[in-house]
Design a protein around this ligand. Structure first.
Ligand code: GMT
Length: 376
């Protein structure tokens, strides 16, 4: 198949899923065309069967708000015609599936183009539910030939918020690499925890929904009883606040802010426990990546997190904001090596048994094929 993929290309789970999906499809012989404003950040290097088309928005004094959605639609239409795309797979409803809908409409007399929309979460739980976007998000969903959501939670939210006319299929986020813990990762660990302290890890885009201050409070509580290190990977609006909190609490020497990083698997695999106390999380890809590296995860029970973090098997979860319970859960794991070993084994096992790309990618391929077979 010839598949166009549109996504937010910078840091963020939806872009990671879109890029890894494109790479996995290309490796299976499909031709992939990424259509977006920047090279997706995990598309670093040459990949056979993958092409990148940059969308440029013309600058013009009249355009106070550059019309990206329209430039994207035009580019999608051009690429669909020139490359004879079968499908455009839009990750995130706004604006990607709306642009795909416009592209399909523009070329409908000359070319048959199908649209798949994958909903990732914030497009539904935050952006889509905002009154100013509700109607247009619903329209983008309804105009898609097939729609997927990354968890059952998100499927339910979509049904509740938008009452769509089309069915919503659940296709989970996935992992692929066999995580490694080589000497370089061990060296990083030695530098970050020179006294051999256990390492707690968090990875996100530091937006308010991630409840970064809960993570700092958990580390602070645990530190009163166990000498640990907290490693914060990523960057975003809450980072300055988190750094201030760390200074105020006097735990600066125990916390490292690494900023944005490329080799997240190496960094995750040198940790002991992954923390994700999010306010809302449609899936929680970073937690799944940590599980695949054998880290027990301590998370909130928000959104789709319990669909991957099975309480007592892969780690623990607690109510959003329940710092007390999450701190206790972290200490319980750190004080009990046999429990830690068991959770670590199960976390990795569940990650690979339920969410491996070999299980998830065929679900996308089946969906493309069923949509393409529809008018024949
Ligand atoms: O988590 C973020 O803030 C980024 C966001 C995105 O749209 O890129 O992630 C969402 O999509 C990921 C991939 O499907 C999910 O794993 C995340 O749970 C989801 N984030 C939220 O729902 C907050």
């Amino acid at each position: 198949m010839k598949i166009g993929i549109s996504c937010y290309p910078t840091y963020g789970g939806s872009g990671v899923v879109a890029t890894e999906l494109g790479k996995a499809l290309a490796a299976r012989g499909h031709e992939i065309h990424f259509i977006t404003y920047a090279l997706p950040y995990r598309l670093n290097g040459y990949y056979h069967n993958i092409f990148f088309h940059e969308v440029k928005v013309p600058e013009y004094p009249l355009f106070e708000y550059p019309p990206y959605a329209l430039a994207l639609a035009t580019k999608m239409a051009d690429i669909a015609l020139n490359e004879k795309l079968d499908v455009i797979h839009s990750h995130y409803a706004i604006p990607h599936s709306l642009s795909a809908y416009l592209a399909r409409d523009m070329i409908k007399d000359r070319h048959r183009l199908k649209i798949i929309t994958t909903l990732h979460g914030t497009d539904i739980t935050l952006v889509g539910a905002d009154a100013s976007f509700l109607r247009i998000t619903r329209h983008s969903i309804d105009q898609s030939d097939a729609v997927t959501a990354v968890s059952d939670f998100l499927r339910q939210e979509t049904l509740k918020t938008f009452k769509p006319k089309v069915p919503i299929n659940v296709i989970y986020n996935f992992i692929k690499e066999i995580p490694r813990m080589d000497k370089d990762c061990m060296d990083i660990r030695k530098r970050l925890a020179p006294g051999g302290e256990p390492v707690l890890i968090h990875l996100s885009n530091f937006r308010p929904v991630k409840r970064i201050s809960d993570i700092i409070h958990i580390a602070d509580r645990v530190l009163k009883e166990i000498p640990i290190r907290l490693v914060m990977i990523g960057d975003g609006p809450e980072r300055p606040l988190a750094e201030r909190m760390v200074r105020r609490l006097g735990i600066r020497d125990n916390v490292s802010f690494l900023g944005k990083q490329d080799d997240v698997y190496c960094l995750l695999s040198m940790g002991d426990i992954f923390l994700m106390p999010s306010e809302t999380e449609s899936f929680g890809l970073a937690a799944l990546e940590a599980m695949s590296c054998g880290l027990p995860v301590v998370t909130s029970n928000a959104g789709g997190l319990p669909e991957l973090n099975v309480h007592g098997e892969t780690g623990f979860h607690a109510e959003v904001g329940d710092i007390e319970s999450m701190s206790r859960q972290v200490m319980q794991i750190l004080r009990n090596p046999a429990l830690k070993e068991k959770l670590s084994k199960q976390a990795r096992q569940i990650a690979f048994e339920r969410f491996h790309s070999d299980i998830i990618i065929p679900q996308y391929i089946n969906l493309y094929e069923s949509v393409l077979a529809e008018d024949h």
